[in-house]
Ligand binder design. Structure first.
Ligand SMILES: *[C@@H]1O[C@H](CO)[C@@H](O)[C@H](O)[C@H]1NC(C)=O
Ligand SMILES: *[C@@H]1O[C@H](CO)[C@@H](O)[C@H](O)[C@H]1NC(C)=O
Ligand SMILES: *[C@@H]1O[C@H](CO)[C@@H](O)[C@H](O)[C@H]1NC(C)=O
Ligand SMILES: *[C@@H]1O[C@H](CO)[C@@H](O)[C@H](O)[C@H]1NC(C)=O
Ligand SMILES: *[C@@H]1O[C@H](CO)[C@@H](O)[C@H](O)[C@H]1NC(C)=O
Ligand SMILES: *[C@@H]1O[C@H](CO)[C@@H](O)[C@H](O)[C@H]1NC(C)=O
Ligand SMILES: *[C@@H]1O[C@H](CO)[C@@H](O)[C@H](O)[C@H]1NC(C)=O
Ligand SMILES: *[C@@H]1O[C@H](CO)[C@@H](O)[C@H](O)[C@H]1NC(C)=O
Ligand SMILES: *[C@@H]1O[C@H](CO)[C@@H](O)[C@H](O)[C@H]1NC(C)=O
Ligand SMILES: *[C@@H]1O[C@H](CO)[C@@H](O)[C@H](O)[C@H]1NC(C)=O
Ligand SMILES: *[C@@H]1O[C@H](CO)[C@@H](O)[C@H](O)[C@H]1NC(C)=O
Ligand SMILES: CC(=O)N[C@H]1CO[C@H](CO)[C@@H](O)[C@@H]1O
Length: 747
């Protein structure tokens, strides 16, 4: 089991507060407090790094240092424990990063990295230390302290003022160039070291005591360097359109303070974006993730420069496999060797490993290209040059690589078009417990046929294929035929797939289940207007979160209906009606006073899902920021098709209306009003949790004296203790949205 990388967990809780920011257009330097940790960020031409130390007010007895570099996804994780004299009670140790001391650094042999001064409040001993791959560090933290001997460091040298730990990559010389990481501690004022080497080679770690000599704190400089190539970052001014240069009033409102970095939220996004790829979040995911890149892109795209959009799109296309599947996650640096060895491909050395297990990632690309090339001013006229580019990670032009994905997605969809059976819907891949953003068996209530993929993303990808083919951007000489075929297959999915997911419960059944849920989830009847009886609550009709293999719907109310709103074509009145019914207060619907939960198992006949998807579950009754962004952006898009929304509150650009193609429901003013009211309820809920908006996910505490919810750190509730990323790419999608009163959310 050591050899299997842990199941990916994307995007976690972050209670976030930006403490300070200072920068100009090329240098990033800011700080974010989140989830009991102080996070410091730096990026310049030399290196980029996130440095995390446990906050001084964190009650944990153990202090932690994390340094994570996007270069090679390398870093160090080190724990410091209080060192007590014999008979002493536990002292409280604090380890703080000294203001202004964080800097990038260079060394011989082109090694680069960062250094900072740490102040130790008392004597400490070095605990578990993992030097090398960020992914190995993450496995240790999320894997209940599991690690593998292959990741061991060596004690290179030590004396009373200096400690040097060295880690040579597993395949340090497979490319003919020695690769390694080095971690140095240097005693400065008031500190010294006492180091006893381990007695069993590299297997036993040395005992490293950090002694504070006087009555004031001891200062120790830490340095981490490695010789992985630093990535070229995109500065805020390269990432965002210049202020005032948007094509609409709404875009210009959204752009305020972004390109010049004066709104330091733009620095946070900038830290995650590079000329060659967008990364998903820090510290845990400072590497390429396809889904995160494309979801963030879809929401942010109207505010981004062509160069930035093409960086993200190019990164996705560069990593396509020869069948046409798109890469979910790339593993680079030292950990790539570990994965290659685990896959019996140790001959590959540390060549990057690209993961293709997800079934949704493949479907986000064509809608993103469609939006960019056909709908946004930034992309107009740029398709030809972009698609003519030669890829750098493999042979072929972007057009050739993209063509594989077009074909792959069309083929995957064709069976259902010929025979619309459950068996021909898209299932998680054989042997994979994961396949979409809900990431796990538990996340989809154990159903391997997810709603988002089958109802929103397959038809959206096909419709985008058709639109791009009609515009002669893809398909070459066969573009006309491709457009007709893709449209035809899409139409069958749009007509035939949804029925499998329909759940309709009688009044009394729905009421009884809701009552049971309120008891099981420790909520209050007052949330549904009192009175435990089952009548008067209406039929409950909604769409299942997923299907079991045999087609049984998993009766969990969920937020993935937002994918249809942002990506879907021809969204029907009855679908929108279901959306308005889901956007009512939890636990009847999805809305709490601190945000929209992504799953609600209240109506599920399978009551074990009440626990599987509880408020401590990663994809349970918890709030994911980007899902709110998706829903909000989607409602704006749908209302935009009727021009039924305040245009100065709109950032995204809808395709120009086809003559006579206005949705029929636009003429029903009562219905339009009900959609607007749902939008308004959603934003009220979103704004109730606005302090967390750029963090990934949060949970709730329920106060039954006031019948209100308050924000809770999921990391603290979650049994696995999986922690939050302080900054997460997809959550910054809110920078591409405005509230109905035309305000952009911020810190
Ligand atoms: C940008 O910041 C760097 C580092 O703080 C500084 O050396 C440089 O002079 C600054 N440039 C401008 C134009 O302010
Ligand atoms: C620690 O301090 C930060 C900011 O100063 C605050 O947001 C956080 O709630 C505090 N945490 C605890 C456990 O007191
Ligand atoms: C010190 O703290 C550790 C971790 O909380 C605990 O296991 C240990 O028993 C404590 N020792 C004393 C002497 O209180
Ligand atoms: C450092 O990098 C430069 C430019 O890439 C190269 O010319 C030089 O040989 C490298 N130096 C060492 C010691 O590797
Ligand atoms: C740290 O340990 C040393 C040696 O045992 C001792 O002299 C010193 O007083 C200790 N410092 C603190 C702050 O306890
Ligand atoms: C400890 O080692 C460092 C690095 O090798 C060296 O610069 C320093 O002079 C040494 N200090 C002592 C006290 O030996
Ligand atoms: C990496 O750094 C080491 C020293 O830490 C050096 O021996 C090696 O040549 C460097 N490799 C490259 C590719 O620059
Ligand atoms: C020494 O380390 C090896 C692994 O490298 C391990 O198998 C062995 O049990 C260790 N010996 C002792 C005495 O801890
Ligand atoms: C990578 O390292 C592993 C483990 O030491 C070894 O088996 C493999 O042959 C190495 N691969 C290359 C290409 O050097
Ligand atoms: C590409 O990825 C897909 C999805 O995982 C897989 O079915 C296919 O076999 C892969 N192609 C190759 C050549 O490995
Ligand atoms: C792509 O590479 C081919 C040769 O492999 C070359 O002829 C062509 O000019 C290149 N295209 C671009 C846009 O650089
Ligand atoms: C020095 C060092 O990190 N040693 C570790 C090597 O790996 C084994 C197994 O994970 C650990 O127990 C050692 O502490």
């Amino acid at each position: 089991m050591f050899w299997r990388p842990l199941t990916l967990l994307l995007c976690l809780a972050a209670l976030q507060l930006v403490v300070s920011a200072q920068s100009n257009s090329t240098t990033l330097s800011f700080q974010v407090q989140s989830g009991g940790n102080d996070n410091y960020f730096i990026r310049d031409d030399t290196s980029a790094a996130q440095v995390l130390v446990t906050s001084s007010n964190n009650t944990s007895p153990v202090r932690r240092l994390v340094v994570a570099l996007p270069a090679g996804n390398s870093g160090v994780l080190a724990y410091f424990l209080p060192l007590n004299g014999s008979g002493a009670t536990n002292s409280t140790l604090n380890v703080a990063l000294q203001n202004g001391s964080l800097a990038t650094t260079t060394e011989l042999f082109n090694n680069t990295g960062v250094q900072a001064d740490l102040s130790f409040s008392g004597n400490a001993t070095l605990g578990v230390t993992i030097l090398g791959a960020v992914r190995a560090m993450r496995d240790y933290v999320e894997g209940a302290g599991l690690t593998h001997e292959i990741f061991n460091y060596t004690l290179a040298s030590s004396n009373s003022t200096s400690l040097h730990l060295h880690r040579q990559w597993i395949n340090a010389t497979s490319t003919g160039e020695y690769r390694s990481a080095d971690f140095y501690l240097t005693a400065k004022s008031g500190a010294s070291f006492s180091v006893t080497p381990g007695n069993n080679g590299t297997f036993t770690p040395p005992t490293v005591n950090i002694l504070v000599n006087g009555s004031s704190a001891g200062i120790v400089q830490m340095r981490l360097v490695c010789n992985e190539t630093s990535l070229r970052g995109l500065s805020p001014s390269e990432l965002f359109l210049p202020e005032g240069k948007g094509s609409t009033k709404g875009i210009n409102t959204a752009l305020q303070g972004l390109a010049n970095g004066s709104d330091f939220v733009s620095q946070e996004v900038s830290f995650l974006t590079y000329q060659d790829k967008f990364t998903a979040g820090g510290w845990r995911f400072l590497t390429y993730f396809g889904r995160d890149s494309m979801i963030a892109l879809r929401l942010l795209m109207p505010t981004l420069s062509s160069n930035a959009i093409e960086s993200a799109l190019g990164a996705v296309i560069e990593r396509v496999n020869s069948t046409g599947a798109l890469c979910h996650e790339e593993t680079i640096g030292d950990y790539a060797s570990f994965v290659n060895i685990g896959n019996n491909q140790s001959d590959l050395g540390n060549k990057p490993f690209y993961d293709y297990k997800m079934i949704d990632t493949d479907l986000f690309l064509l809608p993103a290209l469609r939006h960019y090339f056909l709908e946004l001013p930034q992309g107009k006229g740029r398709a030809k040059a972009f698609l003519a580019k030669n890829a750098t990670l493999q042979n072929g032009t972007y057009a050739e690589l993209l063509n594989r994905t077009v074909t792959y997605n069309l083929e995957r969809a064709t069976l259902f078009a010929q025979n619309s059976s459950v068996a021909n819907l898209l299932h998680f891949r054989d042997g994979q417990p994961v396949g979409n953003w809900r990431d796990s068996n538990e996340g989809t209530g154990y159903g391997p046929i997810p709603f988002d993929v089958n109802i929103a993303l397959v038809p959206a990808s096909l419709r985008a294929t058709a639109a791009l083919a009609r515009a002669n951007i893809i398909g070459g000489n066969a573009s006309a035929g491709l457009a007709v075929e893709a449209d035809g297959v899409a139409a069958v999915w749009e007509e035939n797939a949804l029925q499998f997911f329909e759940v309709s419960l009688a009044n009394e059944t729905a009421g009884a289940r809701l009552t049971n849920f309120i008891v099981k989830a420790n909520l209050s009847e007052a949330l549904i207007g009192g009175s435990g009886n089952a009548t008067g609550r209406g039929n409950k009709t909604f769409y299942a979160l997923s299907l079991d293999d045999d087609g049984t719907p998993v009766q969990v109310l969920h937020s993935d209906i937002g994918f249809n709103l942002l990506y879907g074509n021809n969204v029907s009145q009855s679908f929108l009606q279901r959306v308005t019914e889901a956007l009512i207060p939890y636990p009847r619907g999805l809305l709490t006073n601190i945000g929209m939960v992504v799953a609600n198992p209240a109506y599920d006949v399978n009551t074990t899902n009440i626990d599987v998807l509880n408020r401590a579950a990663y994809h349970g009754t918890v709030v994911w920021s980007w899902q709110q962004g998706l829903m909000a952006g989607g409602l704006t898009r749908q209302l935009g098709f009727c021009n039924a929304t305040n245009s100065s509150a709109v950032v995204d650009i809808n395709p120009p209306p086809q003559p006579g193609a206005k949705p029929a429901w636009c003429n029903n003013s009562t219905f339009v009003k009900s959609v607007e009211e749902a939008q308004s309820r959603l934003w009220t809920s979103v704004m109730g949790g606005v302090g967390q908006i750029f963090s990934e996910v949060w949970s709730y505490n329920f106060d039954n004296s006031t019948n209100t919810f308050s924000v809770a750190d999921l990391g603290a509730l979650s049994p696995s203790g999986t922690e939050s990323d302080a900054i997460q790419l997809c959550s910054y999608g809110f920078l591409g949205l405005l509230s109905p009163n035309a305000m952009r959310v911020g810190h």
